[in-house]
Design a protein around this ligand. Structure first.
Ligand code: ACO
Length: 326
């Protein structure tokens, strides 16, 4: 039995920060940001909003499309590295807020690959019949951990949430074909947040050293990402004995336009097949994949039978790719 995505939803906070706004905060300019990243704006959560506030909006929209009552969910799995609290999981908080009593709920920490990891886990539960209705979320408030004085990173990220509802497919051909996940912990330092945690506990010194901020070695991440994404896409296509020319649409994590363009070029997939939205949202980490899928879906791109290639990469390093027959 395959699992099928029967509903998608997304949410971005109201406030928009443009490249022109950033020019007032750090030594940067619109041309540099657009040429290097493709980003023109990003959404920023209001001070009173936490990750679950974004997640619940995306979840409600996905559940409405799927016509699934939140009370009937058997599983809620969320990819996030900016949870409401260190614990309990934001997925558990969401379960409570949705009024659900029977789902088991947990978060997955795989950074920008978080929603792909979460989708893979939910797929295993639904395709084996253990869960009938699963909610998969990617929700992130990266702007809370970004150093707003660091132009290398603060221009890249935005806040948002995306959701997918999974159910058993009634058509044996439609649904998730395969998802292939990878990690390389030896590369963890190129993208990380050093504290607070058991290695660097919550102290004034830790804050003074800026260890609570997101750290990224952009050039190293770029090189790693382009190679890893191509390999993962080829792996998932090969598993179904398909080639890049069979792909109808690409809905992928929006890390950076140049990373996506290079990956598409290496796979010889035209850019016109790839839904891009990082121009208006920036990199929303785990939220970006389901937000992208939702936008493409609501725009009428995704038709039953279409072959969707998806891929994501994030800190860990953690990455993967998957193939969905819509
Ligand atoms: N505005 C103006 N100048 C800047 C800015 C900025 N916002 N940021 C950096 N610069 C400067 C640098 O200081 C450097 O100046 P120097 O030559 O005088 O030292 C110059 O621009 C070039 O810097 P590089 O880091 O070499 O720029 P690069 O072309 O590599 O682009 C970027 C940087 C966009 C971060 C790129 O490396 C990249 O796309 N990396 C991928 C990382 C990514 O997308 N991460 C997202 C999160 S991880 C994920 O989702 C996978």
């Amino acid at each position: 039995m395959r699992s099928l995505i029967v509903g998608t939803g997304s949410y971005a906070p109201e406030k928009v920060l443009t490249n022109a706004d950033l020019e007032k905060l750090v030594d940067t300019n619109d041309q540099w940001i657009v040429e290097r990243t493709g980003i023109r704006a990003r959404h920023i959560a209001a001070p009173e909003q936490a990750t679950s506030d974004l997640a619940i909006e995306a979840a409600k929209r996905a559940l409405e499309m799927a016509q699934v009552d939140p009370k009937d969910l058997d599983l809620i799995v969320m990819g996030t590295i900016t949870p409401d609290y260190p614990w309990p999981s934001t997925a558990a908080l969401l379960q409570g807020r949705l009024g659900n009593k029977k789902a088991f709920a947990f978060d997955v920490s795989a950074a920008c690959a978080g929603s792909l990891y979460a989708l893979s886990i939910a797929d295993r539960y639904v395709s084996t019949g253990v869960a009938k209705r699963a909610l998969v979320i990617g929700a992130e408030l990266l702007t809370r951990i970004v150093d707003w004085k660091d132009r290398n990173t603060c221009v890249l990220f935005g806040d948002g949430a995306g959701a997918m509802v999974l159910a058993p497919s009634t058509d044996e051909k439609r649904g998730i074909q395969s998802i292939h996940l990878h990690a390389d912990g030896s590369a963890w330092q190129m993208l990380h947040q050093a504290g607070p945690g058991s290695r660097n506990p919550l102290t004034a010194e830790m804050y003074a050293q800026g260890k609570h901020h997101l750290f990224m070695n952009g050039r190293e991440v770029y090189k790693f990402a382009v190679r890893a994404l191509e390999e993962a896409c080829r792996e998932t296509l090969a598993a179904s004995e398909l080639s890049p020319s069979d792909v109808t649409w690409v809905c992928a994590h929006q890390a950076n336009k140049r990373i996506l363009d290079s990956t598409l070029e290496r796979l010889e997939i035209p850019e016109s097949k790839c839904w891009m939205n990082l121009e208006k949202y920036g990199n929303t980490s785990s939220a970006s994949l389901p937000m992208t899928l939702d936008e493409a879906n609501r725009a009428g791109w995704l038709k039953p039978g279409d072959l969707i290639l998806t891929t994501a990469i994030g800190a860990g390093m953690a990455w993967g790719a998957g193939l969905i027959r819509w």
